[in-house]
Design a protein around this ligand. Structure first.
Ligand code: S3P
Length: 432
C-alpha cells in the first residue's frame, strides 16, 4: 500500500543533535513492575510505540489503571503483586515478543486463567523456552505445539528453581525471575553461559527485591511487595544504532545523540565499532534510574572488517542487521557467527538482511547462524526493498538509503511503528 512506502534519498552526512525514544526493553519492564507495585508509579521518558503500548493495554485489561501524560509520561496505579485479574477476552500482545515471553512469568503468581495471543509474526515465535522453566516451577502453562497462543493458569505455589537457559535470552531470564518473586521461599537462580541484557534485575533491585548478582549468575528472593520509585527511561540504544551506523559511514557527518542508555549488556555495537576503526565518543556519563546513560558523538571513519562471535552476540543482537551494513562498507570480509537467534525474531533476520542488502548491491552470504560479508569499496547502489513486517529491517532499509547512490524505497514501512513511530521524521531532521 502506498502509505506504507518510505522513500529515502542518498545523503552526504547526518549532522546535528538527536534524541531517540525511551528504551523499549526498559519501558516494557517499567509498566510491568509499576503494575505490580503497591503504590502509584510515575514513568518519564516512556518510549511510546506499538510494542510498549501493547504492554500498557494488556495491563489495563488486567485491571491496572494507567494514564498517559503527554508524549512520554505514564502514571501507573499499581495493584500489588497478586492484583492482576483475568481480562474478558484474550490478551493481545500484537507484535511484542518481550510481552509475550515475560508476562507468563508474572501471571504465575496471579489467580485465574489468562490467554495470550498476538499477530502473525508472534505466532511463529518459539514459546517452549519459557514454558519449560515455568512448568518446572509448578506453573500450568499451555502452548500450541510450542507456539502462541499461550494459556497460563495462575498458581498460589511457585517453586523456586535453578535454571540454565539453553538459549541466551533476556526474555527467558526475565520470565523465570518474575515467577521467582512469587515463590513461598527459596532463591530462584538463572545461570547464563552468555550474558544478556539485565534491565529486569536492575529494576527489581530498585523496587526493593533482594537480587544476588555475580558473573553468569543472578539469584532472586521472593518478596511480598514491590515499591518502585519514579522511573526515568533513557533513550533506546537500539533506536540510536541506525543513526550511529549512518553517521559512521557518511563522510559529511557530525552527530550527537543525547541521553542514551549505555548499559554494557546492550552496547556491544560500540565495542565492535571500535575494533573496526569507528570514531564514537561517550560524554556526560551518569546513572539514571539505575541504568548507565551518556551522550554519544559520532564522526565518520574508514572501517576495517572484523569478526563477531557468539559470546558478544546478545549485547548487539538487535543491532546485527546494522552490523552487516557497516561490514558492507568495511575493508575486508567480516564473519558473524553464533547468531542463529536472528532466525526467530520478528522476521528471519538472517534471510531478510541478506535479501535486503544484496538487492541494494551488497555482497552478503547467509550462514546457518550468521553472515559472511564482503566489504564493497563504494556506496551501495540502492533499490526497492521489503520490511517483511519487521521494524529493524525497515530501519535498515532506510539507513541503506542514506548510504546509497540511488536511494532506497522501503515497502511496509509502517513496521517502524513497532519501536520508533517517528523514525522517518527524525532521520529527515539530521540528513545533510
Ligand atoms: C529483549 C530481549 C531480546 C531482544 C528483544 C528485547 C528484552 O530478545 O532481541 O528485542 O527486552 O528482553 P531475546 O530475549 O529473545 O534474546
Amino acid at each position: 500500500m502506498s502509505e506504507d512506502l518510505l522513500r529515502v534519498a542518498p545523503a552526504g552526512g547526518l549532522v546535528g543533535e538527536l534524541n531517540v525514544p525511551g528504551d523499549k526493553s526498559i519501558s516494557h519492564r517499567a509498566v510491568m513492575v509499576g503494575a505490580l507495585s503497591d503504590d502509584r508509579v510515575t514513568v518519564t521518558g516512556f518510549g511510546a510505540s506499538a510494542d510498549t503500548l501493547a504492554t500498557v493495554d494488556a495491563f489495563r485489561a488486567m485491571g491496572v489503571p494507567i494514564e498517559r501524560v503527554g508524549d512520554d509520561g505514564l502514571v501507573i496505579e499499581g495493584v500489588g503483586m497478586r492484583g492482576l485479574r483475568p481480562p474478558d477476552g484474550v490478551i493481545d500482545v500484537r507484535n511484542a515478543g518481550t510481552l509475550m515471553r515475560i508476562l507468563p512469568g508474572i501471571l504465575a503468581g496471579q489467580s485465574g486463567t489468562f490467554t495470550l495471543d498476538g499477530d502473525e509474526s508472534i505466532r511463529r515465535r518459539p514459546m517452549r523456552r519459557i514454558a519449560d522453566p515455568l512448568e518446572r516451577m509448578g506453573v500450568s502453562i499451555e502452548t500450541s505445539e510450542g507456539l502462541p497462543p499461550v494459556t497460563v493458569q495462575g498458581t498460589g505455589a511457585v517453586e523456586p528453581i535453578s535454571y540454565r537457559p539453553p538459549v541466551a535470552s533476556a526474555q527467558v531470564k526475565s520470565a523465570v525471575l518474575f515467577a521467582g518473586l512469587f515463590a513461598e521461599r527459596g532463591v530462584t537462580v538463572v545461570e547464563e553461559a552468555i550474558a544478556t541484557r539485565d534491565h529486569t534485575e536492575r529494576m527489581l533491585q530498585r523496587a526493593g527485591v533482594p537480587v544476588d548478582r555475580r558473573p553468569g549468575y543472578v539469584g532472586i528472593s521472593p518478596v511480598r511487595e514491590l515499591v518502585l520509585p519514579e522511573i526515568a527511561v533513557p533513550g533506546d540504544f537500539s533506536s540510536a544504532a541506525p543513526f550511529i551506523a549512518a553517521a559512521t559511514i557518511l563522510q559529511g557527518s557530525s552527530l550527537t545523540l543525547r541521553d542514551l542508555s549505555i548499559n554494557p549488556t546492550r552496547t556491544g555495537m560500540l565495542a565492535v565499532l571500535e575494533r573496526m576503526g569507528a570514531r564514537v565518543g561517550l560524554f556526560r556519563r551518569r546513572l539514571a534510574a539505575g541504568e548507565p546513560v551518556a551522550d554519544i558523538e559520532v564522526r565518520p571513519a574508514e572501517l576495517v572488517a572484523t569478526n563477531i562471535e557468539a559470546e558478544i552476540v546478545p549485547t548487539l543482537i538487535d543491532e546485527l542487521p546494522l552490523m552487516v551494513l557497516l561490514a558492507s562498507f568495511a575493508r575486508g570480509t567480516t564473519t558473524i557467527r553464533g547468531a542463529g537467534e536472528l532466525r526467530v525474531k520478528e522476521s528471519d533476520r538472517i534471510a531478510t538482511v541478506v535479501e535486503l542488502l544484496n538487492t541494494c548491491g551488497g555482497h552478503v552470504t547467509a550462514l546457518p547462524d550468521g553472515f559472511e560479508v564482503l566489504g564493497v569499496p563504494h556506496r551501495l547502489r540502492g533499490g526497492r526493498v521489503d520490511a517483511a513486517g519487521d521494524h529493524r529491517i525497515a530501519m535498515l532499509g532506510a539507513i541503506v538509503g542514506v548510504c546509497s547512490q540511488e536511494g532506497v524505497t522501503v515497502e511496509g514501512a509502517d513496521a517502524l511503528g513497532v519501536s520508533f513511530p517517528d523514525f522517518a521524521d527524525r532521520l529527515a531532521a539530521v540528513v545533510a
